[in-house]
Design a protein around this ligand. Sequence first.
Ligand code: BGC
Length: 736
Amino acid sequence: MKLVIIKRFLLLLVALSLPAAASPQQADVERRVEALLARMTLEEKLGQLQQLDGEANGNYRPEHLDLVRKGLLGSTLNVRGARRVNELQRIAVEQSRLKIPLIFAFDVIHGYRTVFPVPLGEASSWDSAAVERAAHVAAAEASAAGVKWTFAPMVDIARDPRWGRVVEGAGEDPYLGSVMAVARVRGFQGRDYSATDRVVACAKHWVAYGAAEAGRDYNTVDLSERTLREVYFPPFKAALDAGVGTFMSAFNDINGVPASANPFTLTKVLREEWKFDGIVVSDYESVRELINHGLAADDAEAARYGLGSGIDMEMVSRTYNKNVPRLLREGKISQSVIDEAVRRVLRIKFRLGLFEKPYADEARESAVVASRENLSAAREIAARSIVLLRNERETLPLGKDLKSIAVIGPLADSQKDVLGSWTGDGRPEDAVTLLAGIKTKVSPNTTVAYAKGVEISGDSTDGIAEAASLAARSDVSILAVGESAEMSGEAASRSSLDLPGRQLDLVKAVVATGKPTVVVLMNGRPLTINWVAENAPAILETWFAGTQAGHAIADVLFGDVNPGGKLPVTFPRAVGQIPLYYNYKSTGRPPDPNNKYTSKYLDVPVTPLYPFGYGLSYTRFRIADLQLSARSIGPNGRLTASVEVENVGRRAGDEVVQLYVRDMAASVTRPVKELRGFERVTLRPGEKRRIEFALAPEHLGFYNRDMRFVVEPGAFKVFVGNNSVDVIEASFDVVE
Ligand code: BGC
C-alpha cells in the first residue's frame, strides 16, 4: 500500500516537473509571452519588474493608480479584498496601453481569514494531507479576495530556536521540511493554479535564512556548499519538483554574497541545475539593502547586482526602474537579462490565467471566506497539530463533568495571541480562546472560573495569589502560558527561551496547590521549560493553533481527540546548547558520561529536553519486528523496511512511525540519523498493522567530496521508532 503511494507520488513529481514547453498549453503561453514582450517599451518592461506595497488595511495607495495606468507597476503586495483589487485591476486592464493585468500578492502563511495553526504547528501534525487541505482552504479564501499569489510556503530549515521565524516553517529537518513543502505547494496551487480556488505559491526565503548567526534575524550566514545542498536546499527542491511557480530571495548574506545577489544560488543552482523558469521576487527591499550589506555602493549598483544575478521582481525598493535604463546604455546590464526577467513575470501571469480572468468575484468572496466548512477544517487540523509532552498518572483526558475547573494564565483568554504571527486577513474577534473552548465543552454543571495570574511579560506577581487560590478551590487547573504572538515571527529573535515574565512563578504556585494541573503551552518556538517538564503533571504543546484554537485544544483536553502530533524541532534544556538538532555528526569523541574528554558540557547534559519527533498519546503503541527486504543491495538498489505497530492501550489513537537511516562509514562523515520516512496511522485498541517504507538511492546518498550525489558501498543502519531517540534497529549493506 505504502509502496504504491510512494510510486504514485514519484510519478506525480515527475509529471509536475516536466520542462516548460512540454504541453501545448505551455507552448501557447510561451508564444503569448514572446508576442507581448515584443510590443513592450523598456519602461513597461521595468514596470513589470516592480512590486509595491499597499496599505496595511489592504488598500492600494493613491500613487498606484497613476503607475498602473502608465504600465509602470507589475504587482502589489498586501492589497486585498475583491472590490479593491478589482478597482486597481480595472485600470491595468482597461486603461494601460498593453492591458497587462496586475498580480496581487499577500502573505497567506497559515490561512487567509480562517487562520490555521502556525506552520510549525501544522508540521507537528506530521500529516501531509491535513497540511495540504489547510493550504487549499487558505488559497480558496485568498483567491476569492483577489489575491492570486501567496508568499508561502516558508521552507527555511531552522536549527536555532532563538530565531523567531522558526514559527513560520516546518522545523529543523530537511526531509520533514520537504514533505511539508510539497503538501503546502500542492494545497495552494492544486494541479493548475489558474483554478478559481487556487493561488500561485512562493518558496521562500532562498536560501539559508534560517541559519542566521546567533539566531538574530537578518544576520550573516556562512555555510559549506555541502550543508547548503544537504540541509538547506532540499525543501526548496521539493517545492520546485511539486511545481512551485515562484521563489523569494532571502535577506541574509551567504558566504560573503547576499542571497539577493548570489549568482551561485540564484543562477547556477536555481536556473541552471534545477531549470526553474518562474519568478524570483526579492524580499522586502532586499535589493536596496545590498548597499547596507556593503556589496553595492549605490542604488544603481544594487540594481545591477539584483537583476544581474537573477532577481526578476523587486519588492518595494525601486532601484530597477530608476537605474536600469542607464545601466543598459552603459552596457552594465544586457537587454537579454531584462527580457528574461520580464518573460518570467509574464509567464506566471499567463499561467495564472490573469489575462482571461483578471477580476475577483465579490459575491464569491463573502460566501467562501470564513465559511463554516473552513472553520471546521481549521478545528480538525489544529487538534491534529497538538503534541502531548507529558501525562503523569493519566491526568489527561479530563472528564467533562468535573465540578470545577480553574482556567489560569495570560494566554487563556487572548484572542489576538492564538492566531500567531502572519495572520493574513485573520481577525482576533473570530478567534476562540482556550477559556471559551473549555466553557463550550464541559457539562452545564461544571463551573469554569478564570484568573489571569500574570501578564505574558513584565515583573508583576500581584495576581499569582488569587490564581493559586482559585486553583486550590478547583478540581483541576488548566494553565495557559507561553509567548505572545509577537514574540516569534519576523524580527522577533530572543536570547532566552524561558517562559517570559513571571509565568514560571505562576506555574509553580499553581502546581504547589497539589491539584491536578495541565499546562497548555502557546508559543512560536521551542522553550526551555525544564521545571515545568519535571513538575507539571500534564503538558500540551499547542503552538498558536489559529481561529479555532480553543475548540481544538478542548477537544484534546477532554478526550474527543486523542493527541498524535510530534515535535518537528528539538527542545533544548538550555539556550547554551543551541544549535541542538537530532541529525548531528558523531564527532571523534562522542559523549560518554564516564570520560571527561568527550564532547559534552560541564553544566548541562548533551541530550535535549524533548527530542525531535517526540509526542505522547492517551494510548500506548508498541513498535516491533523491523524487517528489511534485503541484507544487501547495489548502489542503485532499493529495499523495503517494514515494521509492526500495535495499539496496546485502551483507546483509539494515532502514532507517527518514523524511519531513520545512518551510513556508518563514508568518504564524508554522515549524521548519526536522518529521517527518511514516516507515517501517521490511526489504530483501534488492540489493532496491529505492518507499515512499509521504501528506501531508494535518494534516501541513502549524500554529496561526496566532489559534490556529486552518490550512494557509497558499506554498512547502513535503519532505525524505526516513535521519536528520534526511542528506536529499534536493523542493518544492511550496500555492495558494489
Ligand atoms: C518577509 C517576507 C514577506 C515579505 C512581504 C518580508 O519582511 O521577510 O517573508 O513575504 O516581507 O510581506
